[in-house]
Write a protein that binds this ligand. Sequence first.
Ligand code: PLP
Length: 409
Amino acid sequence: MGWRFKGNELKYLKEVLDSDFKLTGGSMVKRFEDKFKQVFGMPYAIATTSGTAALHQALLACGIRPGDEVIVPPLTPLMCTLAVIYCRAKPVFADVRPDTFLLDPEDVKRKITPKTKVIMPVHLCGHICDMDEIMSVARGADLRVIEDCAQCCFGLDHKDRVAGTIGDIGIFSFGEYKMLSSGEGGALITKNVGLAEKIRKVGHLGFKNVSAESAGSVGKNPLRIQDPSFLRHDSIGLNYIMSEFTGAVAMAQLERIHWFLNKRIAMAAWYDQAIRNCEWLIKPQSAPPGSKPTFWTYAVLFEGQKKLGISWYEFRDKFIHFGGDKIRAALALVYNDPAIFNLSRTGCLFHDQYEQGKDLKDFLKDNQYCPNAEYLQPRLMYFTTNQKNQRGMQKQAEALRKTIEYFGI
Ligand SMILES: Cc1ncc(COP(=O)(O)O)c(C=O)c1O
């Protein structure tokens, strides 16, 4: 058994198998949802099949329709934008702040148009966006806010509010490498009963008997459905229903959320020590100060090229030479990834001003589309934080310290 799955994962999986999907006292997914909302202190939690599905459900629940605009950062995985495109809506990219690496409320303000319906702050690498500012911009323009917490499970902001509980909807991912993992999987939380019901309905095939609290059970009254005139669906929905097996693993993982969290925070503290005197590895700041990030990865801005003339790759290779494990690069900015870039060439995506036939790269450069994200992306380094034990943590920190010393502080 892998070290991350040494809780009740097997026990709960066995319960599901032994019960032939007829667990007494409610399904495993329902148990997971109840526990999730209790941990996050929210009235509604809805399990789903992935973080991407959660984003899609959240957007549909917010009433996003073709042609609407959704503001997203470009410095994030593609999935945030994909969910917007699934709705045939238009992603509009707002820049990130150079000091926090997170969505910049000032640029969000500049990118709002009469078509804007939703702002999607992404709490990247476990760091929390400036939710006071984002909420104030959103409320001023009557917009919904979907917090993407796929990389920030249980981060606290400067007011000790849990990431995902501040906006209208918070979404989570339980993919293989996330803090909690059920292989694939996700969840949404909200305080709004109407949104909760829509989220569940749209992800549960449009069954008419689902509610904000539960997926409903046609089995409770068999005679009601053993009726040729029974009508099950009253809207068009997607099948984003979390399986009982996924629910079993997710439930066991959730029981140990603080253990997982503390490990990542401990690894980050080791890295903090290692880089504390280094002027060319720069940590993201919290704005306003005082948040408690969860360090899904330990992100730093690498300024070794500017300060010492060493390349990102030289640093990476030396780090591995000294026993460090991999350093992940920031993914290409979403609008530079071919899937989105090619779609953009048709002029149907994020830039009304773009004239077809012109070079899109030139357009983006000339318009300084997201200059901070452009600067950061090739210079970011993401160090891993999911070390198995104290020895693994020490080894990582030691490799980082030696690498810095090798090149000179
Ligand atoms: C910020 C962010 N949003 C959304 C997702 C999508 O989650 P999933 O892979 O569970 O679909 C990810 C996945 O890595 C992510 O990092």
